[in-house]
Design a protein around this ligand. Structure first.
Ligand code: COA
Length: 260
């Protein structure tokens, strides 16, 4: 299927989604949202897809935020609806059941930074700039940024990034734990793909349950999180891949996982 604002392809177990509005620095308009949802749903349903890599076309931006020309006309009710819509879509990214790796080149601002934060892992190029500049135009982060940023980097750092509104460099984002790796721009996609392949070598259900345990556990008390972890650990023990993985270790050979 052809998309107006995205490039979508699948190759060897990886779905590649790239936001394709480089002349608008990949700003997220309603069409991007609709198409992103369709691609994510397809990646979620396709058993052949194990990891998604999300990027932005061009050299200048992952995504420079929600499309301000659309935001400008919102009234209170429409604003609340728009915020819910973005939150739901980014929840889909976070809870896809498969790792989503953000490959961030250039600007990841506002909704672009929020989209990256909903991803499972983030790799930035050295020229990336990340930030939540919404207060500069009279709004606050509305697609989960005020929640996910504090959870990723802590309340004090999140407050400064959101209240000052100034983008931070890729190296600063790495220092505070907002991105997992910083690499030269020319290596960005290859690094994302190599990380994807490392993950894909592991047992698919274990990868899925591990993501669920970390993500959902963070929304609970530690005691509740530990109970969730124990249940998911138990589920892993019921999989063929657990039998294969443990047997392969004991037989000193590489495991052959089936995803069952
Ligand atoms: N929404 C809509 N259009 C956007 C956009 C956004 N969030 N960010 C960039 N664009 C558009 C610009 O309007 C411009 O379009 P034009 O060429 O038709 O005029 C094009 O992308 C290039 O951006 P420009 O501002 O000319 O590039 P720059 O290098 O001077 O500045 C930024 C880059 C990222 C600093 C600047 O574009 C910016 O501040 N963008 C908005 C960031 C933001 O506030 N995001 C959060 C929104 S809630």
């Amino acid at each position: 299927m052809n998309y107006e604002t995205l490039l979508f392809s699948k190759h060897d177990g990886i779905a590649f989604i790239s936001i394709n509005r480089p002349s608008k620095l990949n700003a997220l308009n309603l069409t991007v949202f609709e198409e992103l949802e369709a691609c994510l749903e397809e990646a979620r349903k396709d058993k052949g897809v194990r990891v998604v890599i999300l990027s932005g076309e061009g050299e200048r931006a992952f995504a420079a935020g929600a499309d301000i020309s659309e935001l400008a006309t919102l009234d209170a009710i429409q604003g609340k609806e728009a915020s819910h819509r973005g939150q739901e879509l980014f929840d889909l990214v976070e809870n896809l059941g498969k790792p989503v790796i953000a490959a961030i080149r250039g600007y990841a601002l506002g909704g672009g930074c929020e989209l990256a934060m909903a991803c499972t892992l983030r790799i930035a190029s050295e020229d990336a700039r990340l930030g939540q500049p919404e207060v500069k135009i009279g709004i606050i982060p509305g697609y989960g940024g005020s929640q996910r940023l504090a959870r990723l980097v802590g309340k004090g750092r999140a407050m400064e990034i959101i209240l000052a509104g100034e983008p931070i460099t890729a190296h600063e984002a790495y220092r505070i734990g907002l991105v997992n790796h910083v690499v030269p721009a020319k290596d960005l996609l290859a690094t994302a793909e190599s990380l994807a392949r490392q993950i894909m070598a592991n047992a698919p259900l274990a990868v899925r349950f591990a993501m669920e345990s970390v993500s959902h556990g963070m929304e609970m008390t530690q005691q509740e999180g530990l109970r969730l972890e124990a249940s998911l650990f138990g589920l892993c023990c019921a999989t063929e891949d657990m039998k294969e993985g443990t047997r392969a270790f004991l037989e000193k050979r590489s495991p052959k996982f089936s995803g069952k």
